[in-house]
Design a protein around this ligand. Sequence first.
Ligand code: PBG
Ligand code: ZN
Length: 340
Amino acid sequence: MSHKAEYLPDRGTSISSILQGGYNHPLAREWQSEKQLTKSMFIFPLFVSDQPDEEEVIPSLPNIKRFGLNRLVPYVRGLVDKGLRAVILFGVPLAEGSKDPEGTNADDPNGPVIQSIKILKKEFPDLYIMCDVCLCEYTSHGHCGVLDEDGSLNQKLSVRRLAAVAVNYAKAGANCVAPSDMVDGRIKEMKLGLIEAGLAHKCLLMSYSAKFSGGLYGPFRDAACSSPGQGDRKSYQLPPTASGLARRALARDMEEGADAIIVKPSTFYLDIISDAAKLCKDYPVCAYHVSGEYAMLHAAAEKGVVDLKQIAFESHQGFLRAGARLIISYFTPEFLEWLD
Ligand code: PBG
Ligand code: ZN
């Protein structure tokens, strides 16, 4: 008997157990992925304040800064030069007395969001400009809608106000409005508002349909100064255990006229991304790798628990594998370099 024969698989039973030949080379490993990360999948969150010359480090959100209107263009130019395709804007009013119960400043024509849209469109005509639509950054109580006297959300007033804000962002030239408030009925109100304004064919409506409440938004709220003064968001954002509600919200938002949908957060919600990819198979599905997830990976890398680049790839590849086509990510600047 030849020496080699001992290592041969048992004929007839073991052929399917030999897989490693299929991925023994870096190129072959690439062939095994159904989807690969590309620059055009990435959407970068930009925090823009009403302090024109601000360039403020956010300690809980590594490498991310909040910019004033005068500082935005040079920063964004560096990223566009590296292949940035899309941004999502978050306005941050810091001026004394700029918040009120209705979030009036959300669509202030001279405020940071509407001004950023105009400046960015002019400087970077090919950049896709999305706007997060919410009131929590602008309301004195810090909640995402308009409140009743008992402190609960007034659904009618909230959706009316949110839709007005969305339409005003679209009028200013936003390519996409993305409501993150989670108030019932806002997608329909916004779609009708866009249609009435003659803008429905110019502006994509991307719904944060499956947005869960939880512990992962802390650094964002530091950056956007948007923590609720009293109470929490559990009566409008989904409970972390509620996959059924998430599927109902996805179905509802498609019915109400959403053009694309967001699942948020991402890492702990891969099953929801997968549900969304199936349920919304004719829609672009976007995963939002939120501030707390980003900060956790940085913290783990600092502790030497993980390698930052490796773990960033692994997490974001996970979103694609689960079914996402787009990713809102604070890692976008890094990926623009890594994907060269
Ligand atoms: C506004 C909004 C939030 C995020 C996106 N839009 C905060 C919240 O709902 O409290 C969170 C994004 C992140 O954590 O990166 N409603
Ligand atoms: Zn909000």
